[in-house]
Unconditional design. Structure first.
Ligand code: IMP
Length: 217
């Protein structure tokens, strides 16, 4: 069975990749000792920039192998695309959080917990009716080898931001993200279903097409 090396320490992302890989008969492996490596500063202004940066840094730890990194987030139309690339630390960047004074955005604190991020989104959408709560999850994967990006792949999933969380699976903003085509939130999907309908599943399919055509050789 083919093995794809994924550079992420996010357990939610790893579960998603494992689900996507199962659907396609491939196996996922992590980068050895990733947790003891210095964190990559995600200061890019786009998902692409951050995905490339992570893939380039982490691929140097596994010479000769193609390494895939994921940068992803939620774009909400009524918030002009926020939280976007700041999805993982949206609560830490909250102007109502006084600890923020004099800090650069990407230094404003480590990633915040999912509940705090979701609470900020719900607060900002408080007066926005359901019909105007559209948005999308975006995932960009970068495949790199020995510090050089070979290709990037983008997947999106369109949905509606609910007024209250629903479902116990998944991570991040999943409980708020309603997929009209299947009448469920992202947190109400099994790993296999999430692979089918999610931004990460879509990006992974693009990546696999490239990989199976020998793009990494
Ligand atoms: P990254 O590690 O900088 O790519 O941050 C990604 C952040 O976007 C996560 O911490 C979540 O807050 C959010 N996110 C990305 N993908 C998903 C998903 O599939 N479900 C829920 N939230 C997600």
């Amino acid at each position: 069975m083919r093995t794809i090396i994924i550079a992420t320490s996010n357990p939610g992302k790893l579960r998603d990749f494992a689900g996507a890989a199962r659907r396609h008969g491939v196996e996922i492996a992590g980068v050895p000792d990733l947790s003891s490596r210095p964190a990559v500063v995600e200061d890019g202004l786009t998902f692409e920039a951050n995905a490339r940066k992570k893939a380039e840094v982490y691929s140097r730890y596994v010479p000769g192998e193609t390494v895939v990194a994921d940068d992803s987030g939620l774009e909400i139309d009524a918030l002009h695309g926020a939280p976007g690339v700041y999805s993982a630390r949206y609560a830490a960047l909250d102007p109502q959080n006084s600890d923020l004074l004099n800090k650069e955005p990407y230094q404003a604190g480590a990633n915040t917990d999912d509940e705090a991020n979701n609470a900020r989104v719900l607060r900002e959408l408080k007066d926005v009716p359901l019909a105007q709560r559209g948005g999308r999850f975006v995932c960009v994967l970068a495949a790199a080898r020995e510090g050089k990006t070979l290709a990037t792949f983008r997947g999106t999933a369109e949905g509606i931001i609910l007024e209250a969380p629903r479902g116990a699976n998944g991570f991040g903003y999943d409980p708020l993200f309603y997929l009209p085509q299947i009448n469920r939130t992202s947190a109400e999907l099994t790993a296999e279903e999430k692979a089918k309908y999610s931004h990460r599943g879509a990006a992974f399919r693009e990546f696999l097409g490239w990989y199976e055509a020998g793009g990494n050789l």
